[in-house]
Design a protein around this ligand. Structure first.
Ligand code: ZN
Ligand code: ZN
Length: 366
């Protein structure tokens, strides 16, 4: 393990001002990414996982966080003194359930060996706003059909593994972490196979593609995780869950702030002066929006209820339309002549803001 510790906030990629919830969310994301279950035999991922877990342990505790903010790593006085308990690298389900029971929730009956799986689901901005059902194909380990998951060739049966006494795991002390590692003699199955089944090479498990429909509710936020129960790894002992992380694509015209949608609409100088009906895109359709005469560049109009359904709540957000007055960059000779005439005709009195500005300027320097 590295002797120079990285800043805990940097480890979790959060601001120093992050709220408890933000820290929790950031850790959850990293825990899923680096979890040893998802990164078998990857010591780098394991180190990252431990690093994040340690950072989370400190930053999620108000007292420890205050102390860390004031004194940095020195203030923590080494792993033991900091009260950072060794982390048992449990299954992803345990990690998620222990820390994020409020998010994942519920109780599950599942085998020890059935692992959870993760899936990244890309959806469009509009799909996130309106909700969508997506068909996905997940490749997951499932019992081999030929040997019904036993791993033994037809007519033979597996015997109990002596190295782990059929338990499937051996405990190991690594640094200050106590880890449960799958038994290497039997690959965690607890059983010894003398004559392996051919299709699964004795593993008892084969990757199988399964088609699932995932329902994404309207108003879902980028990075939200939907858990589909029992659709993770399938073993004889039970079923893991599938954690679907929603990734929302950018929209060419809209940006989002919670349930509100923002968009920018360019208008011309004559439209700003005279007023106009302009076409504005909304989630559902184009609508006509009235721009009153004398509209300043940058003014924002609110289209009530044209936003995104409030997630987990009632009602919808609004759409905020900001108009920008576009100044022509290239004009021809006729246009130039007309604008020069217009400039001569429009005195300072037609520009109250400019005239008041000039007066203040005058008062300051004359
Ligand atoms: Zn088999
Ligand atoms: Zn064993």
């Amino acid at each position: 393990m590295a002797t120079i510790k990285r800043d805990y906030y940097e480890v979790l990629s959060v601001e120093r001002t992050a709220t408890g919830d933000e820290i929790k969310r950031a850790y959850r994301k990293k825990a899923i990414e680096f979890h040893p279950d998802r990164n078998p035999d990857n010591p780098e991922a394991e180190d990252s996982f431990k690093e994040c877990s340690e950072a989370y342990t400190i930053l999620s505790d108000a007292d420890k966080r205050t102390r860390y903010d004031r004194l940095g790593h020195e203030g923590m006085g080494g792993p033991g003194a900091a009260g950072f308990d060794p982390v048992d690298l449990g299954s992803m389900a345990e990690i998620l359930e222990g820390l994020f029971g409020d998010v994942i929730g519920g109780r599950r009956r599942r085998g020890r060996n059935a692992r959870d799986l993760a899936y990244d689901l890309d959806i469009s901005f509009v799909e996130a706003a309106t909700g969508v059902e997506k068909d996905i194909t997940v490749t997951r380990p499932a019992p081999c059909d030929t040997c019904s998951g036993s791993g033994a060739a037809a007519g033979t049966t597996p015997t109990t593994c002596e190295a782990c006494r059929g338990r499937g795991t051996v405990r190991q002390q690594r640094g200050f972490f106590s880890t449960a590692r799958p038994c290497t003699s039997c690959n965690g199955s607890g059983k010894k196979i003398d004559k392996p089944c051919k299709p699964c090479r004795g593993a008892g498990m084969v990757p199988k593609d399964v088609e699932l429909t995932v329902r994404i509710p309207a108003g879902v936020e980028n990075g939200a995780v939907r858990t589909v129960r029992g659709e993770g790894e399938q073993t004889a002992e039970g079923k893991g869950d599938l954690h679907v992380t929603v990734r929302i694509a950018d929209h060419p015209l809209f940006t989002r702030e919670g349930a509100d949608i923002h968009c920018m609409v360019p208008i011309s100088f004559p439209q700003a002066v005279l007023g106009a009906q302009v076409e504005v895109p909304t989630l559902e359709a184009k609508v006509k929006m009235k721009v009153p005469p004398g509209t300043q560049s940058g003014r924002t109009f609110r289209l009530r209820g044209k936003g995104i359904p409030v997630f987990g709540g009632a009602g919808k957000g609004d759409q905020l339309v900001q108009v920008m007055v576009e100044v022509p960059e290239k004009i021809n000779r006729t246009q130039r002549k007309l604008i020069e005439e217009l400039a001569a005709e429009m005195g300072i009195e037609t520009h109250p803001q400019q005239s008041s500005f000039l007066e203040k300027l005058k008062a300051l320097f004359d």
